[in-house]
Design a binder for this molecule. Structure first.
Ligand code: GTP
Length: 156
């Protein structure tokens, strides 16, 4: 279990156990790979981030993850696995978000990309994301680094 403070000074708790905070989280975030690159989206307000969003009433968190990848990047998920979960104590409410790792085998051009400008492929996640205005606040706390470490551990 890891605890830290995020970009907006909210408290975050992160764990790679099996759904430690909620069996039924309402938010998802998907670390994606496509053709040996990281697949992100460019959110219209927040900037570059891995795709994700809210779980709708009629779907599971896993279904939401697959849908969000498609909506925000055009990516068709080939394989996806649960990695962990984090809880953010916001000013008004607490949210719980599942983290997934997905392999995307195809990018299909979409008519629109919801609140984003669509796919962004990066060979490397650059140093200094925390201070880089092009990147979203959700990429600026320890969730990103710890999740990448966990994914690399599992891929070994
Ligand atoms: P609305 O219904 O649109 O208001 O959304 P919501 O309130 O259900 O959730 P929202 O996405 O607005 O997030 C609520 C709080 O959680 C805010 O304080 C956000 O800053 C914070 N938050 C959401 N996602 C993340 C995340 O991935 N990382 C961090 N650190 N904070 C997040």
């Amino acid at each position: 279990m890891y605890r830290f403070i995020d970009y907006y000074h909210n408290e975050v708790v992160l764990s790679f156990d099996d759904h430690p905070f909620s069996k039924d989280p309402k938010h998802v975030w998907v670390v994606c790979r496509h053709q040996d690159q990281w697949l992100l989206t460019k959110h219209s307000d927040r900037g570059f981030e891995f795709p994700g969003g809210k779980v709708e009433d009629n779907e599971t968190a896993l279904e939401a993850a697959i849908r969000e990848v498609k909506e925000e990047t055009g990516g068709i998920v080939k394989e996806i696995e649960y990695i962990g979960q984090y809880k953010v104590k916001g000013k008004e409410k607490v949210i719980v978000k599942n983290i997934y790792f997905a392999m995307v085998n195809q990018l299909v051009e979409q008519d629109g990309y919801y609140e984003t400008y669509g796919p962004v492929l990066l060979k490397e996640l650059p140093e200094g994301i925390q201070k880089d205005k092009k990147f979203s606040f959700i990429m600026k706390d320890d969730v990103l680094q710890r999740s990448i470490e966990e994914i690399k551990r599992r891929l070994k």
